[in-house]
Design a protein. Structure first.
Length: 83
C-alpha cells in the first residue's frame, strides 16, 4: 500500500514519514487496496490536498486498519520495508 502511494506522491517509501511530518492535517485515504488507493490519492491531489497531507493520510489509514483488526495487549510493532 505505501509503496504504491509513494509512487503516486513521487517520493521514496522510506521518505513518506518525513513528508507526513510536515502536514498540518491528514486527508482521508479511504482505500486499503493498492489498486484503488492510487485513484484515491490522485483525486485528493487534484482536489488541492498537498503531498504531505496525503502521505499523512496514508499512514493514518494503516493505523486505522490495525485498530479495526482487533484488541491488542502490549506493544504493537510494525516491521518490514517502510516501517
Amino acid at each position: 500500500f505505501l509503496i504504491f502511494a509513494a509512487r503516486h506522491l513521487d517520493v521514496s517509501p522510506t521518505r513518506m514519514q518525513e513528508m507526513a511530518a510536515m502536514a498540518e492535517s491528514p486527508v482521508d485515504v479511504g482505500s486499503y487496496c493498492s489498486m484503488f488507493s492510487g485513484q484515491d490519492i490522485l483525486e485528493k491531489l487534484r482536489d488541492g490536498a498537498t503531498r504531505e497531507e496525503v502521505a499523512l493520510g496514508c499512514i493514518h489509514s494503516i493505523a486505522d486498519r490495525v485498530v479495526e483488526i482487533g484488541h491488542f495487549r502490549g506493544t504493537i510493532r510494525v516491521t518490514g520495508g517502510v516501517a
